[in-house]
Design a protein around this ligand. Structure first.
Ligand SMILES: [Zn+2]
Length: 204
């Protein structure tokens, strides 16, 4: 009995509001079609491209083979290596990690972009000397510190692997006892990693 009453009530509701019910169904139908159409237009091709692009980027970086860095200084002696365990700093007279490779040079020597990219930042401060940061992709940056004042690139410039970006110097005050050198860092996904893993000639 109760169920019958329920359906009777629905029936009379539909009869009374038939116009609004049909209108509602039409509008929701049209809305659904619009939503589906927009998903097909913008979502499918764009989304697929993005997914494929990201997968490619990840392959490049994680696989480590397609991106090969040029050693940014040609004529150098190895300075302080990449050290995750603290090493003694002569300049600062204490122990600290060294998340970079130092290329020591005999006086000012050319420093080259290690790979294609866009100059992300150029700055100078007392502790690091002149600094150039090159963005290679969303996750990979190369960072050049202890450059002289003769910096050859500006923020926003596009650079190619091997382009001259500046010269080594001893103006990185936290490392000035190393003399003229390039302090070279590689940042991948927000962490400073051993640059050697990207060098063409470097041993992994
Ligand atoms: Zn260093």
């Amino acid at each position: 009995m109760k169920i019958k009453n329920f359906f009777k009530k629905i029936g009379s509701f539909l009869k009374r509001n038939v116009y609004y019910v049909i209108l509602f169904l039409c509008i929701s139908g049209i809305a659904t079609m619009i939503v589906l159409a927009s998903i097909n237009k913008t979502g499918a091709p764009g989304g697929n491209n993005n997914i494929i692009g990201n997968e490619d980027d990840d392959d490049d970086d994680v696989g480590g083979t397609p991106i090969l860095f040029l050693v940014p200084v040609q004529d150098y002696q190895e300075g302080t290596a990449f050290e995750e365990v603290p090493v003694f700093s002569e300049t600062l007279n204490d122990w600290r990690t060294h998340p970079a490779i130092d290329f020591k040079t005999d006086g000012a020597k050319e420093v080259y972009a290690c790979f294609d990219g866009v100059v992300h930042d150029v700055y100078k401060n007392f502790f690091e000397g002149n600094v150039v940061i090159i963005k290679h992709n969303d996750e990979l940056f190369s960072i050049y510190k202890s450059l002289s004042d003769d910096v050859r690139v500006q923020e926003g410039a596009t650079v190619k692997k091997g382009d001259l970006i500046g010269y080594t110097s001893d103006n990185m005050n936290t490392e000035h006892k190393e003399g003229a050198h390039l302090h070279f860092e590689v940042e991948y996904k927000g962490d400073l990693i051993d640059p050697k893993s990207y060098f063409e000639t470097g041993d992994k």
